[in-house]
Design a protein around this ligand. Structure first.
Ligand SMILES: N[C@@H](CCC(=O)N[C@@H](CS)C(=O)NCC(=O)O)C(=O)O
Length: 320
């Protein structure tokens, strides 16, 4: 039996795959006109404050987290640095490769999936059901689902119960500096790696990858002068940068095509990553196997075969 002529087979396969790829990418990663990835805004933005609906309290709030997610990871690192592990417990979710959403390891409030819980918190909710979630057990709702805000809350609202209450990740004297770095790092690095990986045109990828490595070079230079980005102590900027750097050589370098350079090859960024990793409580928040499984195993349009690579060797993180 004669097969299809190879040229026709290749052209057909390419056309079918490209159409499917664009459809899936459009769902997974909404993009603008130029094919640039556009991250949707978070919907729940309450604070924790005295005399408010959500007052500070021990054992009242929960963090819903997926271990692969860099945004959820920020909240685990802030929680660890403050020593809030006892005060705020976590509820783990894992990604479902087939349903495209997070699943509870054990049903929570009768919900099997995170979207169900979002709809419990806000009937009719149509947006993305993302992690992290800061959940209030008392009113049974979502206080906040924006990691950038949750880490500010964790830094300030629970010091009374913290085992390291003196740690201040957002000191007033450094606020302007922290905010400035955060803006640049969010766009070029934290979201920048996603802009590379989720780019739907060559031009969008080229823009993102150039901005990413320009920012990494600038950060590397800044770190030649001081141990942490804003000086001698760890701040929220370092927390926000850490969770992206931790994933960089493992997934972003290869899966997201951020491969001009590895973090461990930078003169200052490499040791900086190691320094942060070795701070008390931080290593326990890092689950490299979950990171690999969640990215390579679940971002189907980027890795249709679902093969999870064996490397790289991360021993350098624990080196002195
Ligand atoms: N702005 C959010 C973004 C969080 C986010 O995008 N989380 C991803 C996991 S890495 C997620 O839960 N995605 C599920 C979805 O989009 O359906 C934050 O920083 O808290």
């Amino acid at each position: 039996m004669a097969g299809l002529p190879p040229g026709l087979l290749i052209r057909t396969a390419k056309q079918v795959w490209t159409t499917l790829w664009q459809t899936m990418m459009g769902q997974m990663a909404p993009s603008g006109k130029g094919g640039d990835y556009q991250r949707p805004e978070s919907a729940f933005r309450h604070e924790i404050a005295l005399d408010s609906t959500y007052p500070p309290a021990a054992h009242r709030y929960r963090l819903i987290v997926g271990m692969g997610c860099p945004w959820a990871h920020r909240t685990l690192v802030a929680r660890a640095l403050k020593g809030l592990e006892e005060t705020i417990s976590t509820i783990p979710v894992v990604p479902s490769p087939d349903e495209g959403c997070w699943l509870f390891e054990t049903p929570f409030r009768g919900c099997r999936t995170l979207p169900e819980l979002y709809r419990q918190a806000q009937p009719g909710y149509q947006g993305r059901a993302t992690v992290p979630v800061l959940w209030d057990t008392q009113t049974a709702t979502i206080v906040n689902n924006e990691s950038a805000e949750i880490i500010v809350i964790l830094n300030a609202a629970f010091s009374e119960w913290a085992s390291r209450p003196a740690v201040d990740l957002y000191p007033a004297a450094l606020k302007a500096d922290i905010d400035q770095w955060n803006d640049r790092i969010y766009h070029a690095v934290n979201n920048g790696v996603y802009r590379c990986g989720f780019a739907q045109t060559q031009a969008a990828y080229d823009r993102a990858v150039t901005e990413l490595f320009e920012a990494l070079d600038a950060i590397d230079q800044a770190l030649a002068q001081r141990p942490y980005l804003c000086g001698d102590t760890v701040t929220l900027t370092d927390v926000r940068l850490f969770t992206t750097l931790f994933r960089f050589d493992v997934v972003y370098y290869s899966l997201f095509k951020c491969n001009r350079r590895r973090i461990q090859d930078y003169a200052h960024l490499g040791p900086y990553l190691r320094r942060l990793y070795q701070l008390p409580g931080v290593a326990a928040t890092c689950d490299i196997e979950a990171v690999k499984r969640d990215y390579y195993g679940n971002l189907f349009p980027l890795n249709p075969g679902g093969i999870i690579p064996s490397g790289p060797d991360l021993e350098y993180l624990t080196a002195p």
